[in-house]
Design a protein around this ligand. Structure first.
Ligand code: SIN
Ligand code: FE
Length: 292
């Protein structure tokens, strides 16, 4: 099973028993989803009006907030909803950090907090270029934001008020994905990462690791045969549930659903229980090269 369930975990301030702490971290690092069916993110009265895709500034599909810069993206900053949105995103971010402290406490000393996002648009039927199409199986890698081997750890909560689940497909283990796509990827061109940085196309240096991850992301999404034939299962995350997943490692696709909150964290591989399970170390073993 690709999903490990923590049925009893019902509050953002809970913590797991010692035995469950090991179960959680080991399973997460092996590419499983940690699923909390009874952990729900409650909206405040004034926040009900945020349950509308009208919060989005077209053509954005998500709203995101970055605490370090205070920048809200994807929504009208001047809109009266902006303060409400920021408040909700801040609270979700604080709750997510509490959840990580309760479930994966040994990550906390090395964890950094990334963006918080709100996804108020229905996914199914949405059109986009194949690279941006998250209904296709992929591992997360972002062209303008190289993460240089750090793990991408994400907390999601479904806040849908109409009983609608977030429907995901979960694909093959990372090693299996890499085994199929790595042979199709050329080595990065010498000097290309400095050029991308100099041209401000990337925010930081695109390492060989980022190059391989990005090519894998694009090749997976671009291969329709693979999308159908890859070993996969469907999982539905109902409203009022929460899940944690390392999206750089777990092949995933979001097929349907509306109104989800997400918090991103970054973790250096040295912060893992077993860094040999990271995409960085797996790709280094497979290519025989240092990639960061
Ligand atoms: C994704 O990370 O590909 C999308 C997940 C979601 O919005 O449910
Ligand atoms: Fe993704």
């Amino acid at each position: 099973m690709d999903v490990i369930q923590f049925q009893e975990y019902g509050s953002w301030h809970d913590s797991l028993t010692k035995n469950d702490l090991n179960v959680a971290a080991q399973n997460l690092e092996q590419g499983k989803v940690l699923y909390f069916p009874a952990l729900s993110f409650e909206l405040q009265d004034t926040e009900d009006r945020l349950l509308s895709p009208d919060c989005l500034k077209p053509p954005s599909k998500n709203i995101s907030f970055d605490f370090r810069s205070g920048i809200l993206k994807g929504s009208m900053h001047e809109s009266p909803l902006a303060l409400n949105l920021i408040e909700m995103l801040k609270r979700f971010s604080e709750h997510s950090l509490k959840l990580i402290e309760g479930v994966l406490p040994h990550y906390c000393s090395q964890l950094s907090v990334g963006r918080t996002s709100y996804r108020p648009a229905e996914i199914s039927g949405r059109t986009s270029s194949y690279r941006k199409d998250d209904t296709r199986l992929h591992v997360d890698a972002f062209p303008s934001a190289p993460n240089q081997g750090h793990r991408i750890l994400r907390v999601f909560s479904n806040i849908n008020p109409h009983g609608q689940s977030r429907v995901w497909r979960l694909g093959e283990p990372f090693e299996e994905v890499a085994r199929q796509f790595l042979p199709r990827i050329r080595k990065p061109l010498f000097g290309s990462s400095a050029l991308l940085k100099a041209l401000n196309i990337t925010k930081s240096r695109r390492t060989p690791y980022d190059h391989y991850m990005l090519r894998m992301h694009d090749l997976m999404k671009g291969d329709l045969d693979y999308q159908i034939k890859a070993h996969q299962c469907v999982f539905q995350f109902p409203p009022n549930s929460t899940w944690i997943v390392m999206t750089d490692h777990v092949s995933h696709a979001a097929m349907a659903g509306q109104y989800v909150l997400e918090q991103t964290f970054y973790l250096p591989v040295s912060g893992m229980l077993n860094e040999n399970l990271s995409p960085l170390r797996i790709l280094e073993r497979m290519t025989g090269c240092n990639l960061v």
